[in-house]
Write a protein that binds this ligand. Structure first.
Ligand code: HEC
Ligand code: HEC
Ligand code: HEC
Ligand code: HEC
Ligand code: HEC
Length: 506
């Protein structure tokens, strides 16, 4: 989908996910972050929400000796047409012609900040214009949108951690400015998302290796390795799913050799990983699980030790593509799980939206310790944290179950007077064109289910499944996903069952 022209021998680029690099012991603090005032838009109808895929991308800065990872950052965005009572929000399809542009205010070029472009041909077999990344995108541009997907995406923005104004001050958490336009070029909405980048790859900076050359020299015994060929792309011989290289036959994958070789780093603290992953200054793991410090206090609690990361590859784990999951049985469980067989960054949840739409990236799950990560949701809902304010997208607060069944209102209680009997009242409006209220009474506290079934008896949606107090309630039913026809709303409580007919019309 995103074409990558590569050295024919070594690189067939598929998807590129990058991590870590280079040591810069310059403290960065919060220098480049200023609160953003949303630009006026011509219509308040649309919103755009953007995110980065990994929570951190790493890149070398000096490519004269070797390359672990090139400058390469990804961004994605959904454009959502806000709903209202009776109208569900819509994730805008490609056919709408809506497009999204990106820029990184204050960081317009990389070519004076890294020597990557001097070596791109030697390392990757491609001649790139300065400031153009390996996937063909530059520091500004338009996100791509395919018919098959409901989101916009840009691959391989070649950003460095150095803004134009402070070219020596490492600034790993810069903000993009994303603008969504209608097909006719009218500005619809803007947002800001973090574009995390660090050069803190600590081979030398951690004080472990005296120089990069000493690392290369130590490889001289390896058959086929020729230091005169430097700069060396490690992934040429060691397969690397981040770069899409298959490596040389018989040579172990990069992640396996690097972690197995360094398994002696085993103090059991985050610092083990920050020797190479960014890092004491960047502190790439900055999310709510880090701040709450409950059962999870270090990378190893999710990933295992340094050797474990390598040994699991030896035992068949596919590096970069098989990682921990939120829904692991010991963690959040199936109601908060990724889609089967997919990573967090690949999974979609409520409303067909990516998990990151509401939660942000892995390792930066909101609320984050970095103020930059919180900017977008503060602008959208007024406070930091999970995008949990339904009216941001819906325009009002629905009484139906939202993300993970979460509903701030619960079933709308209409009265707490104890009704004479448990019953379901006529649905209104009926026929249902898009949304209907299902009123029901519960005479005694206890377990209640309210389901919508079709004429074959199949449950098409569950509106209530839980303990309710005695009282009168309204549940809400949305018909847009269901075929026209007759349905029954069925209430079960205290051993009795009652129902009401409902007609869905398109
Ligand atoms: C010309 C091919 C080639 C290149 C390029 C290459 N390696 Fe290797 N490397 C090998 C081979 C072959 C081995 C030994 C077999 C194995 O473990 O897979 C090896 C082994 C290793 C080991 C394990 C060493 C040990 O003592 O167990 C590490 C770590 C390693 N390489 C890191 C790197 C890094 C870092 C780079 C980039 C700077 C790199 N390699 C580039 C071919 C290469
Ligand atoms: C000696 C340096 C070093 C240390 C220490 C280190 N890593 Fe890595 N790690 C790397 C490099 C280099 C890569 C990139 C490999 C590639 O491009 O495929 C990587 C990639 C990864 C990946 C992605 C690839 C995969 O195997 O799925 C994970 C996950 C990971 N590291 C976790 C950790 C954790 C957790 C720790 C600490 C317990 C740690 N690493 C410690 C150097 C290190
Ligand atoms: C709360 C659990 C958790 C902790 C703690 C954690 N990770 Fe991860 N890590 C994950 C998950 C989940 C993924 C897969 C995310 C995805 O790609 O969707 C992942 C993926 C990765 C990857 C592969 C790139 C990516 O984002 O997919 C690397 C590298 C990595 N982690 C390194 C680290 C390091 C280094 C630390 C500590 C500084 C750390 N992780 C702490 C859960 C965790
Ligand atoms: C439309 C927004 C939205 C989407 C999309 C979304 N979530 Fe959530 N998520 C929430 C809300 C709201 C909560 C609960 C309130 C909170 O945590 O602030 C939550 C809570 C969670 C929790 C914490 C549960 C706990 O035990 O506290 C996890 C884990 C989670 N979500 C995972 C996911 C995964 C995995 C996906 C993608 C498959 C996803 N979410 C998609 C909004 C969303
Ligand atoms: C980030 C945007 C976003 C947020 C925040 C959000 N929703 Fe939604 N919601 C959507 C989209 C998009 C749809 C899908 C519309 C469709 O399927 O046509 C949807 C669908 C729904 C539906 C209809 C589901 C169905 O299967 O009929 C309900 C009910 C709902 N949301 C409730 C909530 C509640 C309650 C909250 C707050 C806790 C919430 N939503 C927060 C975007 C959002």
């Amino acid at each position: 989908m995103f074409k990558f022209v590569a050295h024919p021998k070594h690189l067939t680029m598929k998807k590129v996910y990058f991590l870590i690099l280079v040591a810069l012991a310059i403290p960065f603090l919060f220098a480049a972050f200023a609160p953003y005032k949303p630009e006026k838009t011509n219509s308040g109808q649309y919103l755009v929400i953007a995110w980065n895929d990994l929570g951190m991308h790493c890149a070398n800065l000096d490519f004269s000796n070797m390359c672990i990872l090139p400058p390469y950052n990804n961004q994605s965005a959904h454009v959502i047409l806000k709903g209202s009572e009776g109208v569900l929000p819509v994730v805008m399809p490609a056919s709408s012609g809506i497009y999204v542009t990106y820029e990184i205010p204050g960081n317009t070029e990389s070519a004076t900040k890294t020597n990557f472009w001097n070596y791109s041909q030697h390392l990757f077999g491609v001649i790139l214009a300065p400031n153009i990344g390996l996937a063909g995108f530059g520091m500004t541009g338009t996100l791509q949108k395919a018919d098959s997907i409901n989101y916009h995406h840009v691959e391989g923005i070649p950003i460095t951690a150095f803004p134009d104004a402070t070219p020596t001050l490492s600034t790993p958490y810069q903000l993009t400015l994303m603008k969504a336009y209608s097909a006719s070029g009218q500005l619809l909405a803007t947002t800001q998302s973090v574009i995390p980048i660090s050069h803190e790859i600590g081979c030398v900076g951690s004080g472990c290796h005296p120089s990069e050359l000493s690392i290369l020299n130590a490889h001289e015994q390896v058959p086929g390795f020729n230091i005169a060929n430097k700069p060396i792309l490690c992934a040429n011989c060691h397969a690397d799913n981040a770069l899409g290289t298959t490596g040389q036959a018989g040579v172990d994958p990069f992640s396996q050799v690097i972690h197995q070789k360094h398994g002696f780093i085993n103090s059991g603290t985050v610092n083990d990983c920050y020797k190479c992953h960014p890092g004491p200054n960047t502190q790439c793991w900055r999310d709510i699980m880090h701040s709450t410090g409950g059962v999870i206090t270090k990378c190893q609690d999710c990933h295992g030790s340094v050797s474990n990361v390598g040994n699991t590859i030896d035992n068949g784990r596919n590096p970069w593509l098989q990682e921990p999951s939120c829904g692991a049985t010991t963690c959040h469980g199936p109601n908060y799980s990724e889609q089967p067989g997919k990573l967090f960054r690949q999974s979609k949840g409520h409303g067909g939206l990516f998990c990151s739409t509401c939660h942000s990236s892995p390792h930066a799950i909101l609320p984050s310790e970095r103020p930059e990560d919180n900017v977008q949701n503060i602008n959208l809902q007024g406070f930091a944290g999970t995008l949990s304010t339904c009216l941001v997208c819906h325009g009002y607060t629905p009484t139906g179950p939202g993300p993970h069944g979460f509903n701030p209102l619960g079933i709308q209680p209409v009265s707490s007077e104890r009704p004479g009997k448990t019953e379901i009242l006529p649905v209104f409006p009926n026929p249902v064109y898009s949304r209907a209220i299902v009123p029901f009474n519960v005479a005694e506290a206890g377990k209640v289910t309210l389901e919508v079934i079709d004429l074959s008896g199949a449950v098409v949606t569950t509106l209530v499944n839980g303990e309710l107090k005695a009282g009168a309630y309204h549940a809400e039913f949305f018909s847009s996903k269901h075929l026209s026809g007759t349905y029954l709303c069925v209430l079960r409580a205290q051993g009795s069952t009652c129902s009401q007919k409902m007609f869905v019309v398109k």
